[in-house]
Design a protein around this ligand. Sequence first.
Ligand code: ARG
Ligand code: GLU
Length: 723
Amino acid sequence: MFLFRSVFAVAFLLPFALRAHEGMWLPTLLKSIEGDMRSEGLHLSAEDIYSVNNGSIKDAVVLFGGGCTAEVISAEGLILTNHHCGFSAISSHSSLEQDHAKNGFWAPDRKAELRNPGLTATFVVRMEDVTERILSGLSPELAEAERREAIAALSAPIAQEAVAGTHYKAVVRPFNFGNSYYLIVTETFRDVRLVGAPPNAIGKFGGDTDNWMWPRHNADFSLFRIYAGPDNRPADPSDANVPFVPRHVLPVSMDGVKEGDFAMIFGFPGTTQRYLTSHAVDHVINVSDPARIAMRTASLGIIEPMIHSSDRIRLQYADKVANLSNYWKKFIGELRGLRELRTLERKQADERTFQAIADTAMGGAYASVLPDLAVLQEQFAPYATARDMFLEFFYYGPEILRLADAHAEVIEGAGGDAAKMMELKAKRLENDRIFYADYDVEIDKRVFKALLPIYMARVPAALAPTFLKQVGNDTDAWVDALYARSAFASPDRLESLLVKGGSRMKRTLAEDPAYKVARNIVTNYFEQVRPEHAAIGDRIESGMRMYVKGMSELFPEKVMWPDANSTLRLSYGKVEGSSPRDGVVYQPHTTLDGVMEKYVPGDPEFDVPERLIELYRTKDYGPYGEDGTMPVCFTSSLHTTGGNSGSPVLDGDGRLIGLNFDRSWESTMSDIQFDPEKCRNICVDIRYVLFIIDKFAGAKHLVDEMNVVRNDVPPTIDLPIHR
Ligand code: ARG
Ligand code: GLU
């Protein structure tokens, strides 16, 4: 049940209280929070934001690739997303001769825009609550796996009927642990071309050092264009395609942002865990986050200093460090935030209140849900830990294990099919060459040595792979012996074995110590861990379904939002700074002055391009500056998570004021508990984006394509927004 009146004053007194600005709201349910949004400064109606029949803001919001958000900013299909979201496309067009990643890329005209096979842009055509149709077709006793099958059978005709006679796609997705179901109809474009990107030194300025941190000084943006067939429908990449004509274009605001201004964000947040029980939070705080942090601290402790030791190692390992460090840093922030907010104690108190009411209310229908979940969580814990440790050791740990495992096919042979075997071998040799180009065996060995004792200490004994029994006390000596004997530690040996081939190669590699350990770990996971992890996980899912249903029935005045699940959501709040902890105050804005403060000539993270320094020196900010300074980033109290990267941040009139790209470190527990004092998302000020395109890159033709608006000047394009 959603409330119309101001929910927050009341909500604070309730268990499971929703905090101000908490929530990632379904666009179809905005009517229920419209009143609150308007009282905070929204000038539009829910219908302006999400409409099925008319162009509305949602028609300018794009799921970019699989995991980011982008937005439409011109009537000719131009879209804006983060630099880190477009980065693999940018890199794929970069070479030593034409290093677009390093130097930036700006297509001078349409013909120069670069195609990206496989990259898609997806719009949500409409969403519809189909809970009744699904739930009424389910018998309540179904086990989780049968329930899934029954739901798939019920969903298929709903989706088919929704797209009949169209080129749209449709799915039915569960929300709230399967208490509600939505039909989501989408339109996916397959010809998405790179239009522009600033150099790394601007787009990634500050690198991993600044990642998850405020104050921030990078312009984390890139520009793409959606192309469609001549009928404006999705088409395979082709010269015959033309720029897509969108249903809505976001006006770009030149008015800037002031502390206290209303703001909202629209995008595709990935995952949150708002409704975890205290037992599950206990596991995150005391087991899971510490384990994953310990493993990554150990490997980063080896690799990170090495990337500063030589250019070769930097080029080989910088991406790996970025990948390891992004969630390492997130886990650390999250752990600290959960402790500071006393999330565990709060959850326990909320659960006591729930239990006291559930014991008697509704004939005790919800009386056993929490005790049952507590038992399940205890059974689940060792499997969850074994899985975490498997992921950290095998997927993020020493690369020799993944390399060895990737040879399973050639080692097992192709069922005697000689031609197939030739093909497999050729591909393997090629992939091995690519792998070794970015591999340093000494670093890898040191990572193995650093991780092994942590892995041994933390993996639950009953679920541990058997190879650990042979390791003994001197783990370093065991690792040395493994690398000394393994062919995978020697590119030449491996290559000559593969080239010779035959049964000798198969026998040698099958007995290779790295291969045996890799297979042992993988088999152990798939046979001893995963089945039970999935089975208990299913029972937890069904318990959680009951628990959140109980929350809404026992506390009907409670406002709830469904956990993020990569579907379209809206959050709202204000442009504001924060006081994340005692004695610390964050201002909401940064400027180009801060870029220059951080400037370290020649530094891989903090170098500044000559042209930008020049613009700073001459204060040549064009129309984009404000009182002689150039705004760069700002923070706002919008509830976001991974997947919101590239999301549009809009003012109360639906005009683009910023581009979301991160959260502050003190916010990262917001996936589990949001806090209105601490939690801030980080955006590039849209004026900095325009400044970089126009003044830095000289690509003013792209700005001219946009609908740039000022409060005192009426918009040039007639907008489908009705006030
Ligand atoms: N922390 C942001 C996110 O989770 C940005 C990550 C990319 N940037 C980086 N320095 N690794 O995606
Ligand atoms: N950088 C994140 C992303 O790629 C957004 C930051 C967050 O997790 O809030 O989606």
